[in-house]
Write a protein that binds this ligand. Structure first.
Ligand code: PAF
Length: 282
């Protein structure tokens, strides 16, 4: 496994591999790798000749009062996990390399970035789209692997890839969960014991929504209300949003139909966690 922090050396290796007919899969991350990332890497490994993992805590996607400085960083641990998952190349650039002085170019995906997490985190998806756009431009992978937990990020990047004619395919990999249902996230490390215990309510709320739909409920506002009640009646958490939206456009819907994303963002103390499920309604 190679750890590379220069763009020209990464491009050189990838050009040689490509000239030999090898396919390249890419998993972008901010490090603090966990079993969710391992699932992305395993799928990438299975479907491509070469697996490239990027580790870069992207300052551009954090708001001024967010957790950029304290975001967990543990390269040693990440390298061990990457080795175990047979990663071929770790790309670990510096912020100065990706955003040199007088950096002026950004990727702004409109509309779907303004809802859900985009409302609470203005500028977040601009940061995500810009860094992933740059990484795709540098790596030019055949396939990009993203986790379903970040459903809006998946929709935004999918839109960007189509709009900007990147030749990369997108694969969305199912969310990996703890035994009590909590979706794996690097931010789970911030939770204290009580918050961690309460955080399992997120998946319970999603399952409750699913069962209401299975029993015939089709009104988005009613599904959202049962989820809100469950969270508010059983935890001290603060709800950012609970929403039923069209899974492709992320447009709010009054009546559930077709591929529907049920998504939520909830604060446990200062830690904001997100989760979602997609259901299909005929
Ligand atoms: O999901 C993440 O970890 C980040 O948003 C990503 C896609 C690596 C971009 O910095």
């Amino acid at each position: 496994m190679k750890i590379i922090n220069q763009i020209f050396s990464l491009r050189k290796i990838l050009n040689i591999a490509r000239a030999r007919g090898k396919t390249v899969g890419f998993v972008p991350t901010m490090g603090a790798l966990h079993r969710g990332h391992a699932a992305l890497l395993r799928r990438c490994r299975r479907e491509n000749d070469l697996t490239v993992l990027s580790i870069f805590v992207n300052p551009l996607q954090f708001g001024p009062h967010e957790d950029f400085r304290r975001y967990p960083r543990d390269l040693k641990h990440d390298v061990l996990l990457a080795k175990k998952e047979n990663v071929d190349i770790i790309f670990h650039p510096s912020a100065e390399l990706l955003y040199p002085k007088r950096y002026l170019t950004y990727i702004d995906v409109r509309e779907i970035t303004e809802r859900l997490c985009g409302k609470t985190r203005p500028g977040h998806f601009r940061g995500v789209a810009t860094v992933v756009g740059k990484l795709l431009h540098i790596i030019n992978p055949d396939v990009l692997y993203l986790g379903q937990k970040d459903a809006q990020q998946c929709a935004v990047l999918d839109q960007m890839i189509r709009d900007l004619n990147f030749a990369t395919k997108v694969r969305i990999v199912p969310t990996v969960r703890e035994s009590d249902g909590l979706a794996l996230s690097s931010r789970n490390a911030y939770l204290n014991a009580q918050e961690r215990q309460e955080a399992s309510i997120l998946y319970q709320a999603l399952k409750l929504a699913k069962s209401h739909v299975a029993h015939g409920q089709r009104q988005a506002k009613n599904v959202e209300a049962v989820m809100r009640d469950l969270i508010q009646n059983n935890t001290r958490a603060k709800i950012d949003y609970v929403a039923c939206v069209n899974a492709d456009t992320l447009q709010p819907i009054a009546t559930l139909k077709g591929r529907t994303l049920i998504a939520l963002a909830v604060f446990f103390g200062k830690t904001r966690l997100i989760d979602n499920i997609i259901i299909r309604i005929n």
